[in-house]
Each structure stands twice: as C-alpha cells, then as structure tokens.
Design a protein around this ligand. Sequence first.
Ligand SMILES: NC(=O)c1ccc[n+]([C@@H]2O[C@H](COP(=O)([O-])OP(=O)(O)OC[C@H]3O[C@@H](n4cnc5c(N)ncnc54)[C@H](O)[C@@H]3O)[C@@H](O)[C@H]2O)c1
Length: 321
Amino acid sequence: MRILVAGGAGYIGSVLAPMLHEHGYETDVCDLLWFGNHLPPEIRVMERNLFELNDEDLRPYEQVIFLAGLSNDPMAEFNPARNFIENGALPAYLAFRAKQAGVRRFIYASSCSVYGYTMHELYDEDSPVTCGYPYGISKLGGERGVLQLAGSEFSAIALRQGTVNGYSPRMRFDLIVNTMFKTALTDGVITVNNPSIWRPLIEVRDTATAFLRAVQADHGISGVFNVALDNFTVGQVADLVKDTVEEILGQKVRIVMKNVQDYRNYKVSCERAKTILGFAPKYSVPQMVGSLINNRARYSNFEDDNYYNIRVFEKIERQGR
Ligand SMILES: NC(=O)c1ccc[n+]([C@@H]2O[C@H](COP(=O)([O-])OP(=O)(O)OC[C@H]3O[C@@H](n4cnc5c(N)ncnc54)[C@H](O)[C@@H]3O)[C@@H](O)[C@H]2O)c1
C-alpha cells in the first residue's frame, strides 16, 4: 500500500514515516520543510505546499495522513488568519481532493485542544467541545471538514491527540515534558504555571502507533478518536520529570510554582481508540524523559531556534514565505 504523509517532515512525521516504511508501506512525504528534513533516505520527500497538489499527485495513494498546519497556540496566535487557512481549510481541501482522486482513507491529526476548558469531567468523543481560541477552533474546523466527507468509499478518521512528547529526529522543546526536561537540565528548575490544570499526554512513538492502527483499521471505520497515555495535572508532570532527571542524571531539580490562569484544561477518555482501533500506548512519562536522555547526543544545543516552532514561524512570516 502507498501512503502520503502530508506535513510528514515535522516532529510526529519524522517518527511516523519511518515506522510506516518498516511496516511495509511505501511511504512518501509532502512538506514545506519549515524545520528541515530529518527523514531517512528511503522516504521520498516532495518539498511542496499541499495546497498545490492536484488529483494526479494524489491518485497513486491509497491513504493520506495529514500532519501539516500550524501545530501550537503561539503559532496560531501569531497569525490567526493564516492559522485558520492552514488548520481549518487545508485539511478539508486536501481530503476533498484526495476523495476525488480515489484515495480510500484520510487520517487527520486533530488535537484534544478542541475540548477547551472543561470542569472535573472525563471527556469522550461525544462530549461537547468548548474551545474559544484560534488553534482549537481551527483544528475543530479542519476535523469537521474532513469527517463530513466520510462514506462507504472514503474512510475519514480524526485522531485527537494529547500533547505529544519524547524524542523525535525533528526535535521540539516547546512541548510540556520536553520543555520541563530542558529547563531541568539547563537551569536546574522546572516552572509550573498552574499545577492543577489537566492535560492528556502521549509519547511520540505511541502517537505514531495510533496512526499506524488507523491505517490498519477495517475499511468501514471512520470517526473521531481520542489518543493519549493518560491524563495528568501539570503539577504531576513536573514531579515525574524532576524525579526521573534526578534519578537517572543525579542532578538536583527545583520546582517553581506560579499561578497563571490557562484557557485549556481537559481530561479525556481513550476507550474508543482502544476498543475500535486496538490502540494501546506503551510509554510512561518517565520513559518519555528517558528517550530524551538516551538521545541527548543528537540535539546538543537546547537553544537551537529549530526546536521552537514559534521562533521558526516568526522568521517564515517575516520573510513572507
Ligand atoms: N505535537 C503535538 O503535541 C500535537 C498534539 C495534537 C495535535 N498535533 C497535530 O499534529 C500535527 C503534527 O504535529 P507536529 O508536532 O509534528 O508538527 P510540526 O510543526 O513539527 O510539523 C508540521 C509540518 O507541516 C509542514 N507544513 C505546514 N504547512 C504546510 C503546507 N501548507 N504544505 C506542506 N507542508 C506544510 C511543516 O513544514 C512541518 O514540517 C499538526 O497538525 C498538529 O496540529 C500535534
């Protein structure tokens, strides 16, 4: 089977594309390469804007996985108009083109961010979504645009991922566990903006496996699936990162508490992905930190702009790209 990973040169794609290849899928990537290309040579990479792909480009593929767009709140807030185009319109447009071209399944990288600010309840895929900020609204728009195309000849799956963490060849240090790990090492400090806020988390190899399970799912399956390891408060995450760094590296870490209000607070149930896709996450938070420690030689300079999406995006915007 031939698969196109749209936006596959990013943080998740750099783990997912090689995993698909290892499982015997012919895997191509189409990406603007904002963060470079860290993929192995067996993955064919096309440096193109996804808006330019036509039916002929899409016809060879049985499935398309969409990982592109602006992938966090700071990028979305830096240019909300572009955010709504890249996150809301682009997935719907590409899914429409893919369906026209005879692609059989479209898998969309959605986000638990769509849940917004929830109160003390476990949210499943049928719970109301209440996000009122550009990133969440646009991810929901993209998800809805893709899903309403589902039918007997076209499967549409949206994976609402928790925050993804751990090592990828295209590294990011602007994700909760990765950021805490970085400051623990560079400053000996983890800053907790609000210890009681809830977040679902997932390791990057687990999220790649969730996409693999979606690829492998029975053709009749379409719909929305939450994917996460579990739900944690930010305070719990800080303790887990501190304990792991202290235990493995023998380095003392101090936690600094603040009381900053957050507009995102949610915990989700992942039963549907488990029951229908057969998805079972393997990696714990200490193992996320462990992967960052084990791959330490591969990202020596923590301050490289490439590890922070907003820094790269600000440059791209200034250059008018
Ligand atoms: N990382 C997370 O914690 C997380 C959590 C939930 C959802 N998601 C979603 O998963 C997806 C992948 O996340 P990531 O962390 O790998 O992001 P990333 O920012 O590392 O990668 C995104 C990639 O998309 C490419 N891209 C953007 N617009 C494009 C376009 N128009 N044409 C071609 N390529 C384009 C970029 O060059 C980049 O390589 C995103 O859609 C994000 O919203 C991520």
